[in-house]
Ligand binder design. Structure first.
Ligand SMILES: Cc1ncc(COP(=O)(O)O)c(C=O)c1O
Length: 357
């Protein structure tokens, strides 16, 4: 069984510390940026200290201002809307497709206002919308709004045309917090093919410095830099990525096979040619009792994200039946790449047993 962080990371960090490295962001961070840019086939990759701040930086770099409307899915991790709220923009929650849990494009169209400056498309569990990414690119072009991709859950997933998730929008964001498919403890990055956006992002995350290390500031910026110690871990994690992507697909296939005949639980479809399921998301009947039953047998699960507009932090009106339903029936099953086939079979067996009684 492969541990998340193993001997490889331990040795690499020890060797780096003995080498007298700077610890703060420097050459190892640049190496990791090159590695991620090559993997995602993006022109630029810019590391940041997490996948929430990276979205905030993306919003600033593409010109989103206080008072702008930004379309976000009502089903996502709370970081997506929070990232634009932080700069005074207004996240507008829109419901998601029932099949993929990605933004529903018809509902996006209905929610666009003259104040809308961006659409934040989240690759829910690495999936792309059923209507295709091209439909979102076209909509953004036609309506003069920016497409930002929150691909925090999407490393290892592509669109059917071969582009990596996160590289279709003007800017795409990834997260490396635990337990992402690769992790640096905390961490994030932005990818873009636009030279100007890349330049702005580098300045924004480094105090607005006009050049590396100087104290000349022609724009406002902050400090959202990475560290080379994390980059050393990230470089080792990147070597494990291909294996983990395949393992995640195998785990999804094992669940799909094991639960195919149980009508009370349904997995979300994955186009495994392209997408890598970071976790196993499902909708199930009698969720609370299933959770308790599995817990009593030593199997941990987690309820999926509640609808954003019903979170106490937001409390926004609006009818969003798909994300509302996920709040009632959505359940994540165990999905770590370390899970063995036997363990997945046992979990499926317990779910069968629960619904058979
Ligand atoms: C869709 C989505 N966006 C943003 C984030 C935030 O990333 P981070 O935890 O690195 O800030 C996450 C984290 O899980 C996420 O799932």
């Amino acid at each position: 069984m492969e541990p998340w962080f193993g001997e490889e990371e331990a040795q690499a960090v020890a060797a780096y510390m003995r080498s007298g490295g700077w610890v703060t962001e420097f050459k190892k961070t640049a190496d990791l940026e090159k590695g991620i840019a090559a993997y995602t086939r993006a022109k630029h990759c810019i590391m940041t200290n997490n996948g929430t701040i990276s979205l905030t930086l993306a919003a600033l770099a593409v010109g989103i201002k206080a008072g702008d409307d930004v379309i976000v899915p009502n089903y996502t991790m709370i970081a997506s809307p929070n990232s634009v709220l932080m700069i005074g923009a207004n996240p507008v929650m829109v419901d998601v497709e029932p099949s993929t849990l990605c933004l529903d494009i018809e509902k996006v169209k209905a929610a666009l206002t003259p104040k809308t400056t961006a659409i934040m498309l989240v690759a829910a569990n690495g999936r792309y919308p059923d209507v295709g990414i091209e439909a979102f690119e076209k909509l953004a072009r036609e309506r003069g709004v920016v497409l930002i991709e929150d691909s925090a859950q999407g490393l290892g997933s592509s669109y059917p045309d071969g582009r990596h998730v996160g590289t279709a929008g003007l800017v795409g964001s990834f997260s490396f917090s635990m337990p992402k498919i690769i992790s640096t403890g905390q961490g994030g990055c932005l990818v873009t093919n636009d030279d100007c956006v890349a330049k702005r992002l580098r300045k924004l995350k480094d105090f607005g410095r006009s050049g590396g290390g100087n104290d000349i500031h022609d724009t406002i910026g902050w400090n959202f830099k990475f560290t080379d110690v994390q980059a050393v871990i990230g470089l080792e994690q990147m070597k494990k990525l291909a294996w983990r992507v395949e393992r995640k697909k195998a785990i999804w296939r094992a669940y799909e096979k094991g639960l195919r005949t149980v009508n009370a639980i349904r997995l979300f479809r994955h186009d495994l040619e392209c997408t890598s399921p970071w976790f196993i998301d499902s909708v199930c009947e009698d969720r609370d009792n299933l959770i308790q039953y599995l817990k009593s047998r030593g199997i941990g699960t987690r309820v999926m994200y509640p609808p954003i507009n019903h979170q106490v932090a937001y409390q926004r009106p609006g009818v969003h039946p798909v994300s509302d339903d996920i709040g009632v029936r959505g359940l994540w099953l165990p999905s770590a790449s370390q899970l063995t086939d036997d363990q997945v079979a046992r979990i499926c067996g317990e779910i069968h047993a629960f619904y058979s009684t």
